[in-house]
Design a protein around this ligand. Structure first.
Ligand SMILES: Nc1ncnc2c1ncn2[C@@H]1O[C@H](COP(=O)(O)OS(=O)(=O)O)[C@@H](OP(=O)(O)O)[C@H]1O
Length: 361
């Protein structure tokens, strides 16, 4: 069979069919090739997509890791806490990331044991700013008044702490409680002790001022000072006078604790240079020096240093009205008698502690 093409070209059907078949095959081959290329391109693109999402995944899993490291820095610094913190949502409390409701109540590792009216509240309030310090709010009075309640009762008064945080309390009457050193020693012989001391004469007046504020009818400071004013004999049984004989009370503590385990803070310097004294306290407690000059400002109205930000708050904080009371004027002759009385005890105390507190200058 033949077919007639224009221009009198005659081609056999066989050859036409062959050509058509070749064209069809090459068309199919091109189509297949094109499709394969498209698929290749597609999978190449998908491969790129896959690598992006893989890196996203890596990124996604690294992000919490990075966060863990940041949290680690902001929390208590123990390896255990790093894992704990990463595992829970963390609230931001006054610049510190802390898991709420975590930790355990522990017996204090450090106690401010004295002295009454020395500046113990100021020291504890300032120390609480440190992220690694947690303290009982009120004075527990365990080692003087409530010892029979037992250690579990005492522990229950403590705030919860994370590993690595120091639990503290302050009860200034411990310093003059005969049984306190033995009792604290039997709780833990490694308890660190802090004593805030202040010029014993000013301390006595401060003590008296506090009593006067509660019982306005008490006799004058001058009359309470002497057993007999004519002979000038000081009444050392009056607690306001007793407490200031620091060397005598310290002897009692040294029966149980070595001197290196007791830190003496100057009540005067705690007012004139709070950051300086806080530096010594942080060193003694083995804490990083976080509380510095930047944390304090001098409040002219209060007449005392105050915190720019109190613990758990962003507001400035001064101590309350019961701290920094106006003292009554005391007869200068009586003040001088008291200075003379305390001088030898102060000298002994300077000798024992290796620090000259400057009360007799
Ligand atoms: N920053 C600051 N603000 C206010 N008061 C300060 C401060 N630093 C030390 N002080 C002095 O602390 C004295 C009270 O001492 P205590 O806290 O140890 O008293 S108490 O034993 O707990 O009652 C208190 O004694 P008085 O001035 O006699 O009231 C203060 O002089």
């Amino acid at each position: 069979m033949a077919c007639k093409l224009p221009g009198n070209t005659t081609l056999s059907v066989k050859s036409v069919l062959r050509k058509c078949a070749v064209m069809l095959v090459s068309l199919l081959a091109s189509f297949y090739l094109l499709q394969s290329l498209t698929q290749l391109g597609g999978s190449a693109l998908r491969a790129t997509d896959a690598s992006v999402s893989a890196s996203e995944l890596v990124g996604a899993s690294e992000a919490p890791l990075r966060r863990k490291r940041v949290l680690h820095r902001w929390t208590d610094g123990t390896p255990g806490s790093q894992v704990r913190d990463a595992a829970r949502g963390l609230p931001l409390v006054s610049g510190k990331l802390r898991p709420l409701g975590d930790g355990a109540k522990r017996l204090p590792q450090a106690i401010i044991v004295g002295v009454k009216k020395g500046g113990t509240r100021a020291l504890l309030e300032f120390l609480r700013v440190h992220p690694d310090v947690r303290a009982a709010g009120a004075e527990p009075h365990f080692f003087d008044r409530f010892y029979d309640n037992g250690l579990e009762w005492y522990r229950d008064l403590m705030p919860k702490t994370l590993e690595g945080q120091i639990t503290m309390e302050k009860t200034p009457s411990y310093f003059v409680t005969r049984e306190a050193p033995a009792r604290i020693y039997s709780m833990s012989r490694s308890t660190k002790l802090i004593v805030v001391v202040r010029d014993p004469v000013t301390r006595a007046i401060s003590d008296y001022t506090q009593t006067l504020s509660k019982k306005p009818d008490i006799p004058t400071f001058e009359s309470l000072t002497f057993k007999n004013r004519t002979t000038g004999l000081i009444d050392t049984s009056w607690s306001a006078i007793q407490i200031g004989i620091y060397a005598k009370h310290l002897d009692n503590w040294l029966q149980f604790f070595p001197m290196q385990q007791i830190l003496f803070v100057s009540g005067e310097r705690l007012i004139s240079d709070p950051a300086g004294e806080l530096g010594r306290v942080q060193d003694f407690l083995g804490l990083k020096r976080i509380i510095t000059d930047k944390h304090f400002y001098f409040n002219q109205t209060k007449g005392f240093p105050c915190l720019k930000k109190a613990e758990g708050s962003s507001k400035p904080h001064c101590l309350g009205k019961t701290k920094g009371r106006t003292h009554p004027n005391i007869d200068p002759e009586v003040v001088q008698r008291l200075r003379d009385f305390y001088r030898p005890f102060n000298m002994k105390f300077y000798q024992m502690t290796g620090r000259i507190f400057g009360w007799d200058d």
